[in-house]
Design a protein around this ligand. Structure first.
Ligand SMILES: Cc1cc2nc3c(=O)[nH]c(=O)nc-3n(C[C@H](O)[C@H](O)[C@H](O)COP(=O)(O)OP(=O)(O)OC[C@H]3O[C@@H](n4cnc5c(N)ncnc54)[C@H](O)[C@@H]3O)c2cc1C
Length: 805
């Protein structure tokens, strides 16, 4: 056994073997995989092997598309069969909403050239003669997917990796992982010790236990999942060809041909978490006892949908553990707070995702930054709020709603509330309808008469007029929003200014008490994050970033601020709250509560002051994300109720209103303010995002500058355009494709309704020359092409007078 390797991968399931294979392909051959049992002995060997392309997330579809392409060619490359059957699949719709979901995904698929067609009942019958079409109005047909033999497929990647020089140690169990002061690792196994630069945890169901060896807490629990395989059926034999897969999302099952029989698997409503308190020591290449009672009601529905199941004898039943994270997505990327430790685990659909996920991780390790936007898979998207209980609750919910539509306006209840601010109950009493981000409960909108019900929908729903009223209040009077979830950092010390100058594409504020908005770039010039930076003094800065990015940004700052003792970083997210007071009356309201002169002369736009408001120490920042006169009032949480009560009382005579994040989003679209995660991603740079005014290159050298300038010189594929969209009752969803003269021309990053300007708005990356002002384009919204015109600037207050009022 080797005693040194560049990378040690723990776990020889489909994920680990894929990472090994792709590292070797990238030229990293000094790599080792350690498997406690035989390869595939975890969840992989008994998986049904389905490899679908029907995914709500476009990025995940990209990953799964690559997987099937790989599985289709691996045999030719390695000589090892993968058992890939490209039979396609059909998902059926029985109502209008499901059909709308199909239409959205059919449109979205155009971004990546993925065949995806909505077909009618007759065509479904042609593909799938054994299905009863009662109630069926349409189907989503994805011709490129199918199923593999998961074991063979994994072995093919293992063979490819071995052929390229990688080592695989079977029957070798990892019992310890210890980090050395230089950041490298010692991986201890029951057969010996391997020193390595990088550890990859690909231990599937055991990933949480393996992570604990490094002091890491991963939010993963396994859910039991069962499927049944029937005896051969004459009707199947008589077909003389192989059936596509079938998914009936209302009955919540998948089904495919297995030999001359049928394999089908239900996702039941009362799913069962497995081994929450620890995986039994002796559990290895094992199955769990069947519990068919739990799935009987779905078996009955499946039998109605595919009547030949009624007479089919059951040949085999399988029950095995499937790892689940709190949002159902895998953990792919750096572990929070640990250097050189990577996650490739938490897969609930790991056969479909394994190929692409292993490639993405390998590229991220080798290149030092992700090959595509990966935050939705990033292990750092969860924080300490994602406890074991939280994870169990969420995993059960995810399992139950495996095939349900997750509407954009529907916030599911499991595990909530995880994090609340001191004024949570007050906001609730005021009618707040909450959404959860990074565990934080924050008001999405306010129901004025206590009726908080909203129909889950892709279209504008009950909240629409109330959000309009909130926007009106902010634009005409004043509004208050609790945005305490912001990630907040203090960067202090004699080296702080120079360090930030190196990290930020924009120049850090030059004067004390000034604010600057800046992107932080990767070495390749892509956007790592965006921060609002406040300078209290040359040695004391305050940075705010997106709530969900707390661990992600903390990691970036920790890794890139110099460790010379001259710069200190503190994460003060849980110390400070933030109330936003915005609108033309906000100065009048705030003046009542402070002795500080709030005039433009003494407290101009983009200034920050440490002041007293209602007897509370407040760091007041004159900026906001809605484009009005206003202040962000940062304060210690212990003072929040007092501050809030005083603001509400002072604002009452001026009709101060609450507003939520939906109103904020409407107003930021009117101002064409970009958002991290949609416009600002690992795949875009500030020039593409139309933010050249925030790049200050002259006389400076910051991370990513050289690559950014090189990309600019070369010319970008597309640029962000502001579109006025003709959309009567639904706005453009993220990833809706954009067309020019019928041909693909770009993609929407954000869409929504501008309540003040009275039009639907989209921000979209559009290829030149179609990004020219005045160009008429089309945007696909719920399957219909809607007219969209490129406008020159923000639709609201393009001269930016309002924030400077
Ligand atoms: C019944 C069932 C049907 C499924 N059907 C599908 C499907 O149709 N399509 C699909 O995409 N997904 C399906 N899945 C999910 C899929 O099986 C998993 O997502 C996938 O196999 C996970 O692969 P993995 O490599 O992450 O984990 P695993 O396959 O579990 O591999 C982890 C490996 O780590 C090893 N290991 C653990 N601890 C240590 C240690 N300390 N030292 C060394 N090695 C260690 C284990 O022995 C194991 O081999 C199904 C799952 C089940 C249970």
């Amino acid at each position: 056994m080797k005693t040194h390797a560049r990378v040690v991968i723990i776990g020889g399931g489909i994920a680990g073997c894929s990472a090994l294979y792709h590292l070797v392909k990238l030229g990293w051959t000094d790599v080792v995989l350690v498997e406690r049992n035989e390869l595939t002995a975890g969840s992989t060997w008994h998986a049904a092997g389905n490899t679908p392309h029907f995914e709500v997330s476009l990025n995940m579809t990209r990953i799964q598309k690559y997987s099937t392409e790989l599985y289709g060619r691996l045999e030719a490359e390695t000589g090892q069969a993968t058992g890939f059957h490209k039979v396609g699949s059909i998902r059926i719709a029985q109502d209008k909403d499901r059909l709308e979901q199909f239409r959205i995904l059919e449109s979205q698929a155009k971004n990546i050239g993925l065949p995806f067609h909505v077909i009618g009942p007759d065509e479904i019958k042609k593909h799938m003669p054994i299905v009863a079409l009662d109630g069926v109005i349409a189907g989503a047909y994805t011709s490129e997917d199918g199923y593999v033999d998961p074991s063979s497929c994994t072995q093919a990647m293992a063979k490819g990796a071995r052929d390229g020089g990688a080592q695989i140690y079977r029957k070798t169990r990892v019992i310890g992982t210890t980090q050395k002061p230089d950041g490298s690792w010692i991986v201890e196994t029951d057969k010996g010790t391997i020193a390595c630069e990088i550890v990859v945890n690909a231990a599937g169901t055991w990933a949480r236990d393996v992570a604990k060896l490094a002091g890491l807490d991963l939010p993963i629990v396994s859910m039991e999942h069962q499927y049944l395989v029937t005896e051969a059926l004459d009707e199947v034999k008589a077909l003389g060809r192989e059936l596509p897969l079938l998914r009936d999302p209302d009955a919540s099952f998948y089904l495919r041909q297995e030999g001359m029989g049928i394999l089908y698997g239900p996702y039941e409503a009362d799913g069962k978490p497995w081994a929450v308190d620890g995986i039994p020591e002796q559990f290895g290449q094992d199955l769990l006892p069947n519990d068919l009672d739990r799935i009987e009601y779905i078996v009955e529905m499946a039998t109605k949908r595919v009547p030949i199941l009624a007479k089919a004898g059951i040949k085999r039943t399988v029950n095995g553990p499937i790892p689940h994270t709190p949002d159902g997505g895998p953990l792919i990327g750096p572990a929070p707070g640990l250097r050189n430790y990577w996650c490739l685990n938490g897969f609930s659909v790991g056969i479909a995702q394994g190929g692409g996920a292993g490639k993405a991780l390998a590229e991220w390790i080798v290149e030092g930054e992700p090959p595509m936007e990966m935050f939705e898979f990033d292990p750092r998207r969860f924080g300490p709020y994602a406890t074991l209980d939280f994870t169990v609750d969420r995993a059960c919910e995810i399992y139950k709603y495996m095939y349900a539509i997750w509407y954009p306006n529907d916030e599911k209840p499991a595990g909530r509330p995880a994090k609340t601010t001191p004024i949570y109950e007050r906001l609730k009493t005021a009618g707040a309808v909450f959404e959860a981000r990074f565990g934080w409960e924050r008001a999405a909108w306010f129901a004025p008469h206590g009726n908080t019900h909203e129909t889950p929908s892709y279209r504008r729903a009950e909240s629409f007029p109330h959000v309009a009223a909130e926007c009106r209040a902010v634009r005409e009077r004043a509004g208050l929003l609790d945005l305490s979830g912001f990630s907040k950092f203090e960067i202090t010390g004699p080296g702080a200014l120079a360090a930030l100058d190196r990290l930020c594409a924009n120049r850090p504020p030059q004067k004390d008490g000034a604010i600057a908005l800046t992107q932080l770039l990767t070495p390749k010039g892509k956007i790592e994050t965006e921060a609002t930076l406040v300078r209290w003094s040359a040695e004391r800065f305050y940075a705010m970033t997106a709530a969900v990015a707390q661990l992600h940004d903390l990691d970036w700052l920790q890794r890139h601020l110099p460790a010379d003792g001259r710069v200190h970083l503190a994460d003060v997210t849980l110390r400070d709250g933030c109330l936003i007071l915005a609108g033309p009356k906000s100065r009048d309201i705030l003046s009542k509560l402070t002795r500080t002169d709030l005039s433009n002369a003494r407290f101009p736009w983009l200034a920050a002051r440490e002041i007293e408001v209602a007897g509370v120490p407040v760091r007041a920042l004159r900026c906001n994300y809605v484009g009005e006169l206003g202040w962000e009032l940062h304060h210690n949480f212990v003072h929040q109720t007092r501050l809030y009560d005083a603001l509400m009382a002072a604002g009452a005579p001026m009709d101060l209103a609450h507003f939520g994040t939906r109103a904020m989003n409407s107003m930021r679209l009117e101002k064409a303010y970009r958002a991290w995660g949609t416009e600002l991603t690992a795949e875009t740079d500030p020039y593409e995002a139309g933010l050249e005014r925030l790049v200050k290159s002259e006389g400076r050298d910051f991370i990513g500058k050289a690559a950014l300038e090189a990309a600019r010189a070369k010319g970008h594929k597309w640029r962000l355009a502001i579109l006025k969209v003709d959309a009567p009752d639904a706005d453009a969803p993220t990833n809706a494709p954009v067309f020019a003269n019928g041909a693909y021309a770009g993609v929407v990053s954000s869409g929504g309704y501008g309540h003040t300007v009275g039009t639907s708005i989209a921000l979209a990356f559009v290829m030149p020359p179609h990004d020219k002002v005045g160009t008429t384009l089309e945007v696909d919204i719920l399957g219909e092409r809607r007219k969209a015109v490129v406008v020159a600037d923000a639709l609201y207050d393009p001269e930016n007078r309002r924030p400077r009022m």
